[in-house]
Ligand binder design. Structure first.
Ligand SMILES: Cc1cc2nc3c(=O)[nH]c(=O)nc-3n(C[C@H](O)[C@H](O)[C@H](O)COP(=O)(O)O)c2cc1C
Ligand code: SF4
Length: 437
């Protein structure tokens, strides 16, 4: 793997980098100063559009394009930074919040300047107590230094920022449920269209971006277009990326590299290989919501389009290794339980379907089912759809809940059959070696 200079995580491990003095001494807020003095707002949006930056929160939507959907005019507009990270296996935003909150605050102010926004909300997962308090302090320090508030750095632009803690529901990370939560309502996703860019928080135009996406922005301003597009594969899979690596691997953790490392580079060169020198049976390439790959996927590139072309996704940016001692049906049903627990219940196919997947999955695991039940399990999963052709649900949680079932029944049908017949795992010990989620 080629040499790589860390950008997004360059301050991780630097003592007190969450304090503004240390952050500034390492070049912090130079991006904001450059944006305010050398760029018109639209030029910032164009620059971000040209970099090809795509959202790191799950859907991979083009960031600059999203910003350009916000209508022009004097109405109140909002930025909502999504820090509700809670998908199993995903932990990059937490690290950014705890170690480098000013990078996020700076990125948010630049985003507001670009889009004509004067109010930014940071919505942070309730369990991230340390990250939340460091972010709160960063916002306070940014006000004290004149980076937030009225007439920022004397350039005429004004912006306020607010920090809010969630209360531990995965669905609050879904952007429209998050907006409901911010408004003080029960967090249930909204029907779309209209999309938040047009009708969002308090019915005003709203940009929703994830913590990692926004953390890219200061570096784009400072280092420029050419640098950004030199990382990854231009034009659609560019920039730095934080891989949250976990599971049966020697060196788990957040590893930054260019977008599009191969699975072999991530797991072997950076991750130190599979635990105990064992074989990789399965690989989850984009968080618990993504379809699983067979373990011989070493040359597959971890980017949006390669994975999309394989009917899986880069999703929330989490990669999970499962070795040859793992029981696939057990691990899949464990994930199905998570989605069943987190379904908000608004749509019948998701509310009932996730429950049925768990019930039937458990029956198969216990051996009180037969081959036909595996077909039924697959059919139930296949009918909870957000995207085309089914469009049965209001948000992507419905679809996400099915990936662990459909992809494993397709590729490890023998393991599901073995369980249905014998009521035990097809692993060397006959016992489950569960996914640590
Ligand atoms: C159930 C569910 C949970 C989600 N959780 C998060 C989350 O914790 N953080 C996040 O940034 N995006 C999450 N998303 C994606 C958001 O809806 C939205 O697409 C994202 O915040 C947009 O930011 P981006 O364009 O920067 O990726 C979730 C989506 C779904 C369906
Ligand atoms: S798909 Fe599931 S989580 Fe999403 S709105 Fe419908 S019931 Fe709620």
């Amino acid at each position: 793997m080629a040499e790589y200079e860390k950008v997004l995580t360059r301050n991780v491990g630097v003592p007190r980098a969450y304090d503004i003095d240390v952050y500034e001494s390492r070049g912090g807020y130079a991006g904001l100063k450059k944006a305010l003095t050398e760029f018109q707002p639209d030029q910032v949006t164009d620059l971000v559009k040209n970099t090809g930056l795509r959202g790191r929160g799950g859907a991979g939507f083009a960031t600059g394009l999203k910003w350009s959907f916000v209508p022009k005019g004097p109405m109140q507009k909002y930025l909502v930074v999504n820090g509700d990270e809670s998908e199993p296996g995903t932990f990059h935003d937490r690290e950014l919040l705890e170690n480098d909150p000013h990078q996020l605050v700076e990125g948010a102010i630049i985003t507001c300047y670009a889009v004509g926004i004067t109010k930014a909300f940071f919505y942070i997962r309730g369990e991230f107590a340390l990250g939340y308090h460091r972010l709160q302090n960063a916002v306070k320090q940014a006000y004290e230094k004149g980076y937030l508030g009225k007439n920022i750095l004397g350039g005429g632009f004004s912006c306020d920022a607010y920090t809010i803690q969630g209360a531990g529901a995965y669905i609050c990370g879904e952007e429209s449920a998050l907006l409901e939560s911010l408004e003080g309502n029960r967090p249930m996703p909204r029907s779309r269209p209209p999309f938040p860019a047009v009708v969002g928080l308090y019915a005003g135009p709203t940009v929703v971006n994830s913590v990692e996406t926004i953390s890219n922005i200061p570096h784009i301003l400072v280092r420029g277009l050419e640098w950004y597009t030199s990382l990854g594969t231009a034009p659609r899979n560019t920039g730095p990326f934080i891989y949250s690596l976990s599971g049966h691997v020697n060196n788990p953790g957040n590893h930054e590299g260019p977008l599009g490392l191969t699975i072999g580079e991530l797991v072997n060169d950076i991750g130190g290989g599979v635990l105990g020198g064992r074989t990789m049976k399965a690989f989850i390439p984009g968080g618990a919501s993504s379809a699983w790959l067979k373990g011989d996927c070493w040359d597959v590139k971890l980017d949006f389009d390669t994975l999309g072309g394989m009917k899986t996704m880069l999703g929330s940016g989490a990669q999970i290794v499962l070795d040859d001692q793992c029981c696939v049906p057990h691990a899949a049903v464990r994930l199905a339980e998570f989605y069943n627990h987190e379904s908000c219940g608004k749509c019948t196919p998701c509310r009932e379907g996730t429950r049925w997947m768990v019930k039937l999955g458990r029956r198969i695991i216990e051996g009180s089912a037969d081959s036909k039940d595996i077909d039924t399990l697959f059919r139930i999963a296949d009918r909870i759809g957000f995207g085309p052709p089914n469009k049965m649900t209001l948000c992507a949680l419905g679809d996400a809940s099915t990936s662990c079932i459909t992809s494993t029944v397709r590729q490890w049908r023998d393991e599901w059959e073995y369980h249905a017949k014998h009521g035990r795992c097809p692993t060397p010990t006959g016992k489950p070696v569960n996914l640590a989620v």
